[in-house]
Design a protein around this ligand. Structure first.
Ligand SMILES: [Zn+2]
Length: 428
């Protein structure tokens, strides 16, 4: 049993549906076996447990652990290649790097760097695009388990229009995916996700094999890309003779356990269908800006009732921090003028935490710091004298403090990270 003392902020009630930021200036959280069993004013909780060990985090802010719903492990070393639109960036930058993961030794190094980077940034749960090579997916899930992260991940598959060494077949995709799922799905904190790269690189045969694996693996997830770039969308239309969402939906791949990344250029019928199916969209704002993909129509997603969460989309995205993604989401909506959704710091926190937990079906376990949730948390505690520290000491109220955190925080300011009550960053 451990008692944490902190200034706590979270969003148990969705601010997009009238909820507000919950902020407790001096809270006590009592954690037993990784679960929050009591929360209240610190003095009250302490009175009931005078002999428990206290972890004093009151010099900073304690937030729920971040949930990243779209990030590519093999692109760890490809971050920062600027100046190209999606398809050129894939050909020249991302796919050559992904091909290197055929070497399992190389993959192990990258996996270690990747998991450490997520944890350093305060991400405690992630839906991860794996590798095209099954042994590289194994090493990622081994490293995630060792690092303590909650990860949902799968073998990435494609059978056309990539580099030949990245191509698979429908049968091989099923067999390798099924073997990985047998080893990793619902084991500890890991789960399996069926992951065609995107329908552009997938024949109908391959998508049918993905659907078979999805149906045969109870409780597994489906993730891919959708409507990111106009040239890509036109090519999908040409190849399938239908819209992007339909290319997945006609194989039964769009449901409440589906997370589709980007959706920058959706049709109204697609938004309607995503909402009806209960599928989620991973909004990846730094990636959208870096590749010039477009300005995410958050207003239309909200209007149609589509679930939206955040993803950093490394390596097109420019880093792992969901503080940065939240800030960029805010920027993009500001740039949309009258169509932009005015986002408050509570919206940004919700997108980075509870909305992601909801998209990944983990809302009953994580996403806020309520009684009954797992203790997945981020402790933001900037260096004295840093702009963030100065900002937090001279701020009017909790939503202003949280706005400063999104504007200024970097992984360096994240002093502690916990998953299931286990300290995975900053343990002394
Ligand atoms: Zn992506």
């Amino acid at each position: 049993m451990t008692l944490y003392r902190a200034q706590v902020m979270d969003t148990p009630d969705d601010p997009f549906r009238g909820g507000a930021l919950r902020a407790d200036a001096d809270a006590g959280l009592l954690v037993v076996d990784g679960v929050i069993v009591q929360r209240g004013p610190y003095a009250d909780v302490r009175r009931g447990h005078p002999d428990e060990t206290v972890v004093d985090l009151s010099s900073g802010l304690l937030l729920p652990g971040f949930v990243d719903t779209h990030v590519h492990y093999p692109q760890m070393r490809a971050i920062g290649a600027l100046g190209m639109p999606l398809l050129e960036w894939l050909d020249r930058c991302a796919l050559p790097e992904e091909a290197k993961l055929a070497d399992v030794g190389y993959a192990r190094e990258v996996a270690g760097e990747f998991i450490a980077s997520l944890i350093e940034s305060g991400t405690t749960t992630a839906l991860v695009f794996g590798s095209h090579f099954a042994p590289a997916v194994d090493v990622l899930l081994e490293q995630a388990t060792e690092g303590g992260l909650r990860v949902t991940c799968g073998l990435v598959v494609g059978d056309r229009l990539l580099r030949p060494e990245l191509h698979t077949t429908a049968q091989r995709a099923y067999d390798e995916g099924s073997e990985l799922a047998r080893r990793w799905h619902q084991k500890g904190r890991t789960r399996y996700a069926v992951t065609p790269r995107f329908s552009l690189s997938s024949t109908d045969d391959l998508l049918a094999s993905c659907a078979a694996l999805y149906d045969d693996t109870a409780g597994c997830w489906f993730t891919s890309h959708i409507n990111e770039n106009r040239a890509e969308i036109a090519k999908v239309q040409e190849l399938f003779g239908c819209g992007y969402l339909e290319s997945y939906d006609r194989h039964g791949l769009v449901g409440s356990r589906s997370v589709l990344a980007h959706n920058v250029h959706p049709g109204d019928a697609e938004l309607k269908l995503l909402a009806a199916r209960g599928a989620s969209v991973a909004h990846c704002p730094t990636s959208n800006a870096a590749l010039g993909s477009g300005l995410f129509p958050l207003d239309r997603h909200l209007l149609f009732g589509v679930r939206v969460a955040l993803g950093c989309d490394v390596g097109a995205g420019t880093g792992f921090s969901l503080f940065k993604e939240g800030l960029q989401a805010y920027f993009l909506q500001q740039l949309r003028g009258p169509d932009g959704v005015p986002l408050t710091s509570a919206h940004l926190l919700h997108l980075a935490t509870a909305a992601g937990a909801d998209a990944l079906g983990l809302r009953d376990q994580v996403g806020d710091l309520d009684v009954g949730r797992r203790f997945d948390a981020v402790w933001l505690d900037p260096d004295p004298g840093s702009p963030l520290d100065i900002g937090l000491r001279h701020v009017d109220g909790p939503s202003g403090a949280l706005a400063k955190a999104f504007a200024l925080a970097t992984p360096h300011d994240v002093r502690g990270v916990w998953v299931d009550g286990e300290r995975v960053k900053g343990a002394s």
